[in-house]
Design a binder for this molecule. Structure first.
Ligand SMILES: *Cc1c(COP(=O)(O)O)cnc(C)c1O
Length: 474
């Protein structure tokens, strides 16, 4: 590193030598006390030359800019969070400001688990339009347009856009008058938002196991858990997989239970020819950045009941009467979505079929790449009855004890694999809501992992990592 440290008194010529000494194309400038006082990249050098500075100009005479540095012992993620796309090298100093090391960052080659697809459609155009119209809160043309378009796409009567997928569930429970004293059956294997919403509604969640074949809440498990306090079931279509809707719906009908579908991970999935979200008395969606359709943050409730549609709207907007302004009929919430978010959503919906198709193709490619890795078994398909969508491509890895090693192997190729959810019942805050033994969700949690799932994945990188897998991990 010594070759790329130059004195503040050095000339441009000397600095160029420093930059040239390392492949990173950067040099560090220090003062007389050897304290770091500048960072120069080959880009800075180019700009100085173009501005007319000569090679014998002294560093002190050049225009400087602020630079990003880090102290020894700081967390790498926190340092990276302070950088922008252009910064490739961050010097690391000790308390005396002496250079001790540097951190090299290359965000371009790192492969995350999920990334939104925002630039191949009209997202920016509509967002800009919403912004320029000054309708930046929750009124404006995009809200209605997004609600109608999304509800229509799912085959439901009405859409009520809300701030996120969690409050969508909460709002659904409130609109159905589910609260203290009521029990709501939820799957053990889901994102915690499902159960949190039940608890915040004041109701008692009852955690049941999922089925081995589809990883979704199981009809038998629901049946076993019904008591005279049970008011609702939340069926979560996990990782894009539709639940066994015929069975679950008939259990709900027979026992007079409200069915809420949590479709946060399953936009566009179908069951027996109908889209998920069209089965529940109310269904909920999330449009978080890693979901199949995104608005940044956002969510929606769908219902085909006119009455529930009205109720959801009143509750979403402070419980205020629709006829009489500032007259509050009940204690409501502010769960509104902004026009800007809805604008992004409208643009996403123009491309929904393409998005789903491309995601489907990702899974096909993954299955092909991993066909020689017997330890990996992907989430099952149940076509023709069920047509799952692809949220995060998720598989079970045979040897739970080696799952960390398997993930670490991919990390060395700059590929992030992600473990799946913990069972709710494994977490102390939810333990009291589970009475049964829940072996299946435990098994999935121990063996499950998700692969990078976004539209422009570099599959060569994945292939290379798979080719490099040692036989013991295959
Ligand atoms: C993402 C998710 C939610 C919550 O959605 P947010 O928009 O993040 O609040 C709820 N349920 C499931 C199953 C999810 O995956």
């Amino acid at each position: 590193m010594k070759d790329s440290i130059v004195s503040q008194k050095a000339s441009l010529q000397k600095i160029l030598q420093g930059i040239n000494a390392r492949p990173s194309g950067i040099c560090f400038v220090v003062n007389e006390a050897q304290q770091l006082c500048g960072v120069v990249t080959d880009g800075d050098f180019r700009r100085w030359l173009l501005e007319g500075y000569e090679l014998d100009t002294l560093y002190k005479e050049l225009p400087h800019k602020a630079f990003v540095y880090a102290f020894e012992g700081e967390k790498v993620e926190e340092v990276i969070a302070r950088t922008d796309e252009k910064i490739r090298v961050v010097p690391i100093v000790n308390q005396d400001f002496h250079l001790v090391d540097y951190l090299q960052i290359d965000k371009r080659i790192h492969m995350p688990v999920a990334m939104p697809d925002l630039f191949s459609g009209n997202e920016l155009k509509y967002l800009n339009d919403a912004f320029l119209s000054s309708w930046i809160s929750s009124s404006g043309k995009y809200i209605n347009q997004f609600e109608e378009c999304f509800a229509g796409y799912c085959g439901s009567g009405y859409g009520v856009a809300v701030s996120n997928g969690t409050v969508a569930i909460h709002l659904a429970l409130k609109a159905l008058d589910i609260g203290p004293g009521d029990e709501v059956i939820v799957p053990d294997f889901t994102f915690a938002a499902t159960i949190n919403a039940v608890i915040h509604a004041g109701a008692t969640p009852v955690i049941v196991d999922v089925d081995q074949d589809d990883w979704c809440i199981g009809p038998e498990a629901i049946k076993k858990s019904i008591s005279d306090k049970t008011k609702a079931v939340i069926a979560v279509h996990i990782y894009g997989q539709p639940c066994k809707m015929h069975e679950i719906m008939s259990i709900c009908e027979r026992n007079n239970l409200k069915l809420i579908e949590d479709c946060a991970e399953a936009h566009g999935a179908t069951y027996d020819g109908k889209r998920v979200g069209s089965f529940g008395v109310i269904s909920t969606f999330s449009f978080f950045a890693n979901k199949i359709v995104t608005t940044g943050e956002g969510g929606m409730c769908l219902t085909s009941s006119e009455k529930l549609n009205e109720r959801l709207r009143v509750l979403r907007d402070h419980g205020m009467s629709k006829e009489k302004r500032y007259w509050h009929e009940e204690v409501g919430f502010n769960y509104r979505m902004t026009n800007m978010q809805a604008a992004i959503g409208c643009a996403q919906m123009e491309r929904i079929e393409r998005i789903l198709q491309k995601r489907k193709q990702l899974e096909i490619t993954y299955k092909d790449i991993f066909s020689e890795v017997p330890s990996i078994s992907f989430q099952k398909d149940f076509v023709p009855l069920r047509n799952k969508t692809i949220w995060l491509i998720t598989a079970l890895y045979k040897n739970a004890d080696a799952k960390i090693d398997f993930m670490d192997h991919f990390k060395r190729y700059e590929i992030d694999l992600r473990p799946v959810f913990y069972p709710l019942s494994a977490m102390p805050v939810y333990q009291k809501y589970s009475v049964q033994d829940l072996p299946v969700s435990k098994h999935i949690s121990q063996h499950g992992l998700s692969f990078p799932t976004y539209l422009d994945i570099d599959f060569d990188k994945i292939r290379k990592a798979v080719d490099g897998l040692p036989p013991a991990l295959r």
